[in-house]
Design a binder for this molecule. Structure first.
Ligand SMILES: [Zn+2]
Ligand SMILES: [Zn+2]
Length: 140
């Protein structure tokens, strides 16, 4: 879980979009799905699950929406100026959204609990061997 209190901030690369999250995270995972690979240009993305109403955005990000492998819709929110990724929302139960851990001002606060979509992990991407690797989603 996020260390350093119940409020944390982040933003995009250029600084045009800032955000604040209040309250504890629900989960922290490494996602290796093909869409995360395509969207980030690397092997996985690190996500922090929070409730939608825990996130305060200081500006409107751009949004790209497609249908994920699960069949549900996924919207990726990013800065239209620098392309920095901020969070992902989708057809998850209970208005859960996923902050991109690298956009936090202190990404070392994050402690991933598991690896999801491990079936798509690439051989050159390495994880803490203590983490459980799930083929798809982790059970909740
Ligand atoms: Zn930006
Ligand atoms: Zn993913």
């Amino acid at each position: 879980m996020l260390e350093g209190g119940n409020s944390y901030e982040g933003g995009c690369l250029c600084g045009a979009i800032r955000y604040r999250v209040t309250g504890p995270s629900l989960f922290e995972s490494q996602c290796c799905c093909r869409d995360c690979q395509k969207a980030t240009g690397t092997g996985h993305t690190t996500i922090v699950g929070v409730m939608r109403d825990q996130l305060e955005m200081a500006a409107e990000p751009k949004v790209y929406t497609n249908t994920g492998e699960s069949g549900g819709w996924v919207s990726r929110h990013f800065c239209g100026d620098c392309g920095g990724r901020l969070y992902t929302s989708g057809s998850l139960p209970g208005e859960v959204i996923m902050i991109q851990a690298g956009s936090l001002d202190n990404p070392s606060q994050v402690t991933p609990q598991n690896v999801i979509y491990g079936k798509d992990a690439v051989s050159w991407d390495h994880f803490d061997p203590a983490l459980t690797v799930y083929d798809l989603y982790a059970p909740r």
